[in-house]
Structures are given as C-alpha cells and as structure tokens.
Ligand binder design. Sequence first.
Ligand code: GDP
Ligand code: PGA
Ligand code: MN
Ligand code: MN
Length: 599
Amino acid sequence: MNALSKEVAEVTRKTGAPATTLPALEAWVAEVAALTQPDAIHWCDGSDEENEALIAKMLTDGTLLKLNERTHPDSYLHRSHPDDVARVEHLTFVCSRNRDDAGPNNPWMAPDEAHAKMDALFDGCMRGRTMYVIPYCMGPIDSPLARCGVEITDSPYVVANMRIMTRMGAAALARIEREGTFVKGLHSTGELDPNRRFIMHFPEELTIKSYGSGYGGNALLGKKCHALRIASWQAREEGWLAEHMLIVGIENPKGETRYIAAAFPSACGKTNLAMLIPPEGYRRDGWKVWTVGDDICWMRPGADGRLYAINPEAGFFGVAPGTSSKSNPNALATIRRNTIFTNVALTADGQPWWEGLDDRVPAFDWRGNAYDSKRGPAAHPNARFTVSARQCPSWTPAAEAAQGVPISAIVFGGRRASLVPLVFQARDWRHGVLVGAAMGSETTAAATGQVGVMRRDPMAMKPFCGYNFADYFAHWLSFDRPGLKLPPIFHVNWFRKGADGRFLWPGFGENMRVLEWILDRAEGRAGAVETPIGHLPRADDLNLDGLDLDGAALQTLLTFDRDGWRAEFDSLGAYLDEFGARMPQALKDEQRRIRELLG
Ligand code: GDP
Ligand code: PGA
Ligand code: MN
Ligand code: MN
C-alpha cells in the first residue's frame, strides 16, 4: 500500500465506513483525495441511517428546508444559487483525443488541456469539507444491460439525489468489485462561479470531471454525463443505443402490454407521457398505462431480434412547473412524500408550490424572497422534483426486468408551434432515422440561454450525444440489418399553436389517442394517408370519442403543408451538409429523395 492509499484507509477507518477490495478504485480515491484535500472521506453505503444523517446535516446548515410534514412527509426544499439553475451546454465538453470524434455538435477540448484545467480547479477544493464516494449502478442491479460508476463529490445534496436517482451504495460497490470496471466521475460544487464552471467528459478514459455547479444535469453524474454522453460512446462501440427517451407500457383491454420508447427534448413532455392517465372512455374499456422510465433508455437487440430496453435510472428528476392534478395526477401522487424539491416556491404553511399547480398564492419565491408577482415567476421555470420511481402509481415491476422490455414503437417529438403535424409514421427504418435527425424544437428553461428559440435537436440528443452526430446517425442506420425486427418509427408534436397562440391539441392524457394509433400501426391495423413526409392519420383513423376539439383545429393538426415542408427539407439538407463527408450517404440520399417528392 502506498502512502496515499494508506492515508485514505486511515480516514476511512476514522469515519467507520467500508473501503474497497478493488485496487483501481482505492487508488483513484486516494489520487482524488491527494488533489482535493478533503478533511474526511465517506464511502456511501446507501443505507437509511446514512441518508438520515446527511439530511440532518443539510437541515442544520441550510442546504435543505423541511416542508410541511402533514402534507409532504419527509420532503425537503433546496434553493440553489440563483446562477446555477439549469444545464450549461456551452460549458459542457466532450474531450475525445480526436476533435472530429466529438463532432460539430459538441464543444471540444483536448484531453490534456481539459485535465490540466480541471485539476487546477480541483486543487485543494475540498479543504474543510467531506468527500463522498458514491458507488452506483445505472439499471437493475442484476441486469446485464446495466453499467456502474463511482461519483466522488463534496456535495451532500448530490449524495441524497444520487440515492434516489440510481441504485447507490453497497450492492453497486459489490458489482463494481466483481466487474473491475466503472465510470469515474469527479464533482465539486466549487465556488458556484459561472466563470469557473465546466463539465468535461473523457469518453476514452470513461471519466467525467464536473466543477462549479450543483444543478442536477451538471452534478448528478450518473444521469446525463454517464448514462447519455459516456454511454452513447460505449453503446456505439458495443452495438447498442443510449437514448434520451422515456419508456412507457400501454396495456390494452385484453391485458396485453406493449412498450413505446419516445425521445423529446428536455421539458417537452417525456415525464408527462411516461405517466399518462388515459381519458375516461379508455379507462372504462380497461386500458392501463405503466411507467418504466421518464428520461433515459438503454436498448439493445435481444435473441429474438427485437430491441429490448431498460431504464438506467431509479428515480425521476422532473420539471415541477405545469404539474397539476389536471395535467399529471400520477406525478402529483408520486411527489407527496420522500421528495426533494429544488427551486420551487413555498406557501405560508410550508408547502411546495409552482405555476400551474393551483390558484393559491405562495408566500415565498424560489429565491426565498417574499413573493411579488411583479418580480417574475414564483417557482423557477426549471424547478425540479427528485423522487423514487417506485412511488409513482403507474410504476411497473417491468422496470426491474433484467433483460428489459421489448419496444414496439419508437417515437420522436419536439415543441413545434407550426408546420409539424400531430403525428406521422416514417416509411421505414432509414426514413425514421432521418425523421430523428431532422428533429427541431424550441429551447426550454432546462438549459441556460434564451427560451423559445427553434434549433435542431436530433433525437433530442443535441446536448447529450457524446460523439459526432454523423457517426451517431450511421450507428442508428447500422441496426437496419437481417435478423433484427426493428420497431416502426413515428414523430409527434403536442405543441402546435393556433393563430391565437394557444395549443391546438389538448395534450396530456388525450395523447393516449395518438399512442393507440401508433400501436395499431405497429401491428398493421389503423389507416393513414401517404405523403412525402410519411403516413398521416385522417380524423377517422383516430379514436376521438368524447374529445372536445373543433374541426378547424383538428384539420390543422392533421394537415401536411407541402410548401412549408419544402423549406424545412431545404434547411435539413443544409444541416446534414454541415457534417461534411462524415455524414452517411444513405441519410443524404433519403433527404434528397423526399425533397424531390415534395416537388
Ligand atoms: P420532460 O422534461 O421532457 O420530461 O417534460 P415534462 O413532461 O416534464 O413536461 C415539460 C413541460 O411541458 C411541463 O410544463 C408540462 O406541463 C408540459 N407538457 C407536457 N406534456 C404536454 C402536452 O401534451 N401538451 C402541452 N401543451 N404541454 C405539455
Ligand atoms: P428532462 O431532464 O428531459 O426531464 O428535462 C433533465 C434535462 O434534460 O436536463
Ligand atoms: Mn432529460
Ligand atoms: Mn422529465
């Protein structure tokens, strides 16, 4: 044992927590401790006692506020630094050895330069603080599709959130020690200075370094950093897919459950669709909806050639604003206890509140100031809840299935005020990959920057694909091969607006009507008209029983606008060209073929 690891072993003994039998892990922890100089090292075991002690500490130092115990037992509010409320895409780098491997879709920095920059920030940054070592597993602990990592952080808030979002602690450590490999994630909240904030990914080293932010997507390294950016790189090398997708099961009145995987950009409806409650008529007929995952999906072909998916996460990190007993009753039921709220407002009696919840007036805004409606929204538009998935009334044990669930349809979608119809089906896999590559969406509060600006967000992976999009599309195309039984691909848009600026489609539970058409199409049943952009349902092809929707709105939602799509395909062609020779010819050919059909 060298001097450093001896030091670690000593601190570990002092804190009474178990160390590890894996030399590579022990050495890395020692190396990080030598760099960051913590006062103590705590190996997280994931136990209730550990969690309670951490919560007590955070209540004492003000990191957490206790919410009303009667209405929201065991729930807490965390107010972040006001400059640290969302992901920071311009400060999030892929540090591959070869610049082109990161692609024009990612900020890039050379690995040596990035390590030097980060190590300078981490130098001594944990003095006076405790360093937490969090072993975690992304996916069911016994699943061959699951992968493990270890996050080192100086933030107890991160520990408490990782405990909800991942399978964290002793069982994960045991798997890591058995397998010998793990993703290394180093995090410190630092000074929360936006000028000293970076989230760096080293895919070839299975390493993440994140400094200067405590916000979920920047700090809970198992989530976006590992399960999407690093995992997408690994998935390409190993022949699987790591996607920004929810997974939802739809059970029909015959008791058959089919699973849909759907990719929408951040704050565009994944959590809502994952826990949808079908309209009254459907419920009466016996339809049920089951939640497997609401944000990330890892998929790979099974022995029968179908795609099988797991949700690598164990919890939801959901958008609070807009969540109500009308829009998402399942989410509201889920977050009634054991929940960490971040940047929501507070009522006078200590209940969490946000815009869209109900017509009460809060007492304090998300910053903790007395609420004043002239000073902006009470809750931050990207206020979040962190909660165990198992608390969701629609949670299904299928989420624990080691082999995953078979996927019957893949759905892409964006926030598009105009042009894009309610739903259409791609002709085949290649066309579907183009539909995914062509995705555009209006930006949301989930990332810093302007909100409501249209941008390309292929497969909702713009902020999360850990490598060149051209290679990513090629990887998707590579699944089109003999022996695989690929699901059909669809595109939806819940966010089409009328001339008055209001949403034309009621959305939420009513989206069930679109899901039913999608599943029927997947089985070759429901009707459609063929257009150059794909197959669109006619009004008669959808079940609209009991839906109060005027004819003109429906007409707009189901219309194919040839002129508008011509312009869209011209701009898509230019976008694909931005990737140069690396863009797969098959995708360019597909774009050209459809552009010609459009006349
Ligand atoms: P996620 O970040 O992709 O998981 O998105 P969420 O499901 O959390 O939804 C983000 C925001 O979009 C919330 O304010 C929701 O109320 C809103 N939203 C979700 N689904 C729909 C829908 O079908 N129609 C409309 N109009 N809004 C929706
Ligand atoms: P979301 O997840 O997709 O639910 O918004 C967080 C994020 O993408 O930042
Ligand atoms: Mn997300
Ligand atoms: Mn979500």
